[in-house]
Design a protein around this ligand. Structure first.
Ligand code: F1P
Length: 338
């Protein structure tokens, strides 16, 4: 229902959407936890696809530092619950300095939705567990639609918008395909359950996906997990890699993997186990310590959405093996309201 004549229907954002969007000069995204990772991905889309200047920051920092807000700023808050205290405080603090606010949220009757000028509901349905999962992938779809409607006012052509909207129709099938990888991911999870540390790597929009994969593993299986942009591996974290530090790489396309190859060899030479999620047309040779998990071919713009699923499944299976409570992790609350 967000699509009309092959383009995004901007009235889905609220009555004032068109008037507000016409005045946007840049975007400031604010969120916490998983929602922040969605915001990081949106920055790649906003700037990369549409040429919209975009800043993104965790609300828990933004609200506590002096900020400079430029004219024409659309303030986007992302939140599963719509009640996260830091995100709400950040919005309230800047209300009178911004052009307008837009909230991307799963709960229509929430404080953030009530206090925002515009809203886009994710319609993900209730989330049972504390750790956000379907909220994240639906936030990404919402952020992609937001990029398209704003992008029209920047450098995104109508033709490109139509092309991306058409690609979105492939998403349900691709997500189902990714879910079907469950068996091989369950097998893979055994390499993590006995370990205390792990590393996640990705480039571009797949870097925040790696961060989200690491966060999920921390949240529900209590394994220390760090995410790095793939190119940073050689600038420090490579020193950590040994047989006790499994490494997960999300690298859908060849050009990403080509650059990583020397580092991959380094990882396996140290006895480290490497798990590569790669598109099925990729030439990655499984070898000593290198496991390849074949993903469906995914259009580049949809990669962060589809590649999130196997990482969520991985943390689920590791948690099950470790016997931790997948839905109610220790010390965490579904909604952080203080
Ligand atoms: C933000 C968040 C979630 C996390 C946990 C605690 O919540 O960090 O991402 O999974 O539930 O809160 P929200 O603002 O997206 O509701």
């Amino acid at each position: 229902d967000r699509i009309k004549d092959g383009l995004v229907d901007e009235s889905a954002f609220g009555e004032q959407a068109a008037v507000i969007f016409d005045q946007v000069k840049q975007v400031q995204i604010i969120a916490c936890g998983t929602s922040y990772h969605a915001g990081m991905i949106a920055k790649y889309w906003m700037e990369g696809l549409a040429g919209i200047p975009c800043h993104v920051e965790v609300a828990s920092e933004y609200r506590y530092r002096p900020v400079v807000i430029s004219e024409g700023t659309l303030f986007i808050s992302i939140s599963q619950s719509g009640e996260t205290a830091d995100t709400l405080a950040a919005l309230r603090d800047v209300q009178d300095q911004i052009l307008a606010s837009l909230t991307i949220c799963n709960v229509p009757a929430s404080s953030l939705v009530r206090e925002s000028d515009l809203n886009l509901m994710t319609n993900a349905g209730p989330e049972i567990g504390v750790a956000s999962t379907k909220a994240f992938t639906t936030q990404l779809v919402g952020l992609l639609l937001t990029t398209l409607v704003l992008g029209r006012r920047f450098k995104l052509s109508q033709e490109k918008e139509r092309e991306i909207v058409a690609l979105l129709a492939q998403l349900p099938g691709l997500m189902e395909h990714a879910i079907k990888m469950d068996g091989s991911i369950e097998e893979m999870s055994q390499a993590f359950a006995e370990k205390n540390h792990s590393l996640f790597l990705g480039r571009g929009t797949l870097y925040p996906v790696a961060m989200e994969g690491a966060l999920k593993l921390k949240e529900i299986s209590y394994i220390h997990a760090e995410a790095y942009p793939a190119g940073e591996l050689k600038h420090g974290p490579l020193a950590l890699v040994d047989k006790d530090m499994p490494v997960v790489t999300v690298a859908p396309r060849n050009e990403m993997l080509d650059k990583l190859k020397a580092n991959l060899q380094e990882v396996s030479a140290r006895g480290g186990e490497l798990f590569v999620f790669a598109g099925c047309s990729q030439e990655v040779q499984p070898g000593e310590g290198i496991h390849v998990l074949e993903m469906p071919e995914v259009p580049e713009v949809l990669e962060p959405i589809v590649y999130t699923v196997p990482l969520q499944l991985l943390s689920y299976h590791v948690a099950v093996l470790k016997g931790t409570d997948v839905d109610q992790p220790r010390n965490l609350a579904k909604s952080v309201t203080v």
